[in-house]
Ligand binder design. Structure first.
Ligand code: GDP
Ligand code: ZN
Length: 457
């Protein structure tokens, strides 16, 4: 592994730039204490580990700021190195000036993610935990945060370690038995291993299944609003993203005809897409609209089908109802504030999904829709207590590779192949799982992961 500037002491501002209560400069490396002491009126060279000191940050006897200095000596710090944190009052200028002095005193400016990378290289955290650090910072909702914190605390690492130990035990046993046939008896072993691989396959499948929920939690539920022109799609979009609901971001790359907004509803995070473009094609055949809606729908986690209840059910409505049958969907019988031409019961007969009497105009049905969503996404398949969530596509890929290898072992057993065939695939599975924790990962993958971090982390 390439250790960049391994012996350098690094420093960066670890808090967000801008006006805030405090600003923290983090310094990490062998000379951290010495370097910090050079910018303080009284040094912290004699400080014991895990203590905080009141000092002044100075430049040529001129006081820059009144500061609190925390000292955490190796190896009991985040990076595993000597670490000093200088807490400034936090005006941008003061924090930047103190950092400038720290750099002059001999520290190098930390690269993005370099503190976490050092923590990883020093064995303080494994790679999946380092990635969780970033997820905690970026978490957009409390579920994503919970999943990230759980991963940071090592739940995933622990499960993987268990699996890897099992794989290693079996490989070691096979190798030993092949080397020393007189003292080891391999008869009956394939059946025994077969049972063990079944359990491993089940474990891996569960982890992979949870990857889908994990993604949903991390990125939000991609929700597409469908319906024929004038059904009330845009009105629903406006209602949901209205002033009383938090619009978190406008997602970049939205085209003129597909509008996406990130909203929070019922404690869930939704990426809401209005298939507004379909409306513009009123003069074109409705089939084209259905075609496009179908494509958007294919990629969605949840569909909201809006039906205009103030006119009779039309062919396009029936087509859409049919299209969504196999998907996660909620049907909204809209415009219930007007004279209705379609009854709730009638529509319920045409769909296996929840059907809700709705009005995008006055908000009727909104709370019922929220309850329904909450049931679909929390109680249904998302349950925090007993599961580990995979929120990272890199992890998912590695899990899938490991699963494929264990399945090959199973296949070899079934085909009565010799034992050395098992051990090759067991070993492959072992290495695939090591990719997640960083034990068997390429340098450039490690670098790529830490580059995505913000500076100061
Ligand atoms: P879209 O083409 O599906 O996006 O439909 P719009 O949201 O643009 O709505 C079409 C028309 O129906 C507009 O005039 C809306 O004001 C009206 N509309 C939408 N929802 C409701 C509703 O719940 N009640 C009533 N009375 N009018 C609605
Ligand atoms: Zn519209």
């Amino acid at each position: 592994m390439r250790h960049q500037r391994e012996n350098d002491t690094i420093a960066a501002i670890s808090t967000a730039l801008g006006e805030s209560g405090i600003g923290i400069i983090r310094i990490s490396g062998t000379d951290a204490v010495d370097i910090a002491s050079r910018v303080l009126d009284r040094g912290v060279r004699k400080a014991e580990t895990h203590t905080i000191h009141y000092r002044h940050a100075v430049c040529k006897n001129e006081i820059i700021d009144e500061v609190l200095v925390s000292v955490m000596l190796a190896p009991r710090s985040y990076t595993g190195e000597n670490t000093v944190e200088i807490n400034c009052h936090g005006g941008v200028l003061a924090v930047e000036r103190v950092l400038e002095e720290v750099l002059k005193a001999g520290a190098s400016l930390a690269e993005p993610g370099e503190f976490s990378k050092r923590a990883f290289l020093n064995g303080r955290i494994d790679l999946s935990q380092a990635e969780a650090v970033m997820d905690v910072i970026q978490a957009k909702n409390r579920f994503a945060l919970k999943a990230a914190v759980s991963q940071l605390s090592g739940t995933l690492s622990k499960k993987l370690k268990e699996l890897r130990n099992q794989l290693l035990d079996e490989t070691a046993w096979i190798e030993a038995a092949l080397d020393d046939p007189e003292h080891y008896d391999l008869s009956g072993y394939p059946e025994e291993l077969g049972k063990k691989t079944d359990a491993m396959i089940a474990d891996l499948e569960t982890l992979i299944r949870n990857a889908e929920n994990g993604r949903v939690m991390k990125e939000g539920i991609s929700t597409v609003i469908l319906g024929r022109p004038n059904a009330g799609k845009s009105s629903l979009m406006n209602l949901l993203s209205g002033a009383d609901r938090a619009i978190v971001t406008d997602i970049a790359g939205t085209t003129r005809d597909i509008l996406t907004e990130h909203i929070r509803l019922a404690g869930l995070s939704l990426n809401l897409t209005d298939t507004a473009g379909i409306r513009e094609s009123e003069d074109i055949v409705e089939r084209i609209g259905v075609e496009r809606a179908r494509k958007a729908a294919e990629e969605a986690d949840l569909l909201l089908l809006v039906i205009d209840g103030s006119s009779e059910l039309q062919e396009a409505d029936r087509l859409l109802l049919h299209e969504i049958e196999e998907k996660n969907a909620i049907v909204l019988l809209n415009k219930s504030d007007l004279d209705t031409q379609i009854s709730l019961e009638e529509l319920q007969k045409l769909s296996s999904h929840p059907v809700i009497l709705f009005s995008a105009k006055d908000g009727t049905g909104l709370s019922e829709m929220e309850t329904t969503m909450r049931e679909m996404f929390y109680h249904g398949n998302i349950n925090f207590n007993d599961q580990i969530y995979i929120t990272n596509s890199r992890h998912r890929e590695a899990l899938e590779q490991a699963l494929a290898s264990v399945r090959l072992v199973k296949q070899s057993i079934k085909n009565g192949l010799p034992e050395d065939f098992f051990s090759i695939d067991l070993q492959d599975a072992y290495e695939s799982l090591g990719i997640i924790t960083g034990e068997t990962v390429e340098d450039d993958v490690v670098n790529r992961i830490f580059e995505k971090f913000c500076t100061g982390k």
